[in-house]
Ligand binder design. Sequence first.
Ligand code: CO8
Length: 258
Amino acid sequence: MEYSNILLEKHEAVALVRLNRPKVYNALNNALMNELTSALEVLEADEAIRAVVITGNEKAFAAGADIAEVHALDFSRAYRQRFISANWETVTRCRKPSIAAVAGLALGGGCELAMMCDLLIAADNARFGQPEIKLGIIPGAGGTQRLTRYVGKSKAMEMCLTGRMMEANEAERSGLASRVVPVAELLDEALKTAAAIASMSRPSVFMAKTAVNKAYETTLTEGVAAERIMFQSLFATEDQKEGMAAFAEKRPADFKNR
Ligand code: CO8
């Protein structure tokens, strides 16, 4: 597929996807979400890629759904076309870890897309918000659910009911961002983090991601049970033997992803 709303770069084992509609703060239209879906599916199938960074530009990660495109939507069409379900949530189905590198505004569907990634690194100028209430709607791509899990009920309620934005430091304090970095260093930091993940043994990366995600989907007892069996199964891998031998021999591990 030809991409005109995103830019795709490869940095060794890390793919960098830039949302690229700068004239409209990277507003997310159907064409962009189709391209993002296609790119993520290609990257997921690419053996050489081990982690994905999604970013925007210094002014905006994304200012939400493209209001010019969705303002005339009606219920029947939204339902028939599986609006949002059809092409917005692909990143949540990727096995490869994803990092949202957020500078500037992450509003509405932009904030929701960032929250769908496995972790979120914020630039010091980042601002997060769910302003849908001001448009007479509510978040529709998981915002009420994921934001509440990240920052708790009180802050999520305030943001969803008033549209108040959260700045980068508050986002880090509240658990939405894993860390805040100067805007000029955002991409370097995100790519470095992705490269660190890419250097680990793939089976343990996949299982670590699956195990952490379990915490959001199940009870503590079931989550710990799932973690335990994944943990035990990793002792069947060559990489576990290599990782522990390398530690004992004081050398870097040479993982074979087996
Ligand atoms: N959609 C379409 N165009 C946009 C959007 C948007 N979300 N945001 C900005 N733009 C456009 C403006 O219309 C303007 O275009 P033009 O130059 O042609 O007039 C251009 O970007 C620049 O914007 P402003 O002139 O408004 O610039 P400011 O710096 O004054 O303000 C803001 C920037 C704060 C980003 C402001 O434009 C704004 O508040 N935008 C709307 C933000 C918003 O409400 N987002 C939520 C959208 S709804 C949503 O995301 C629902 C999610 C549900 C799941 C996803 C479904 C697809």
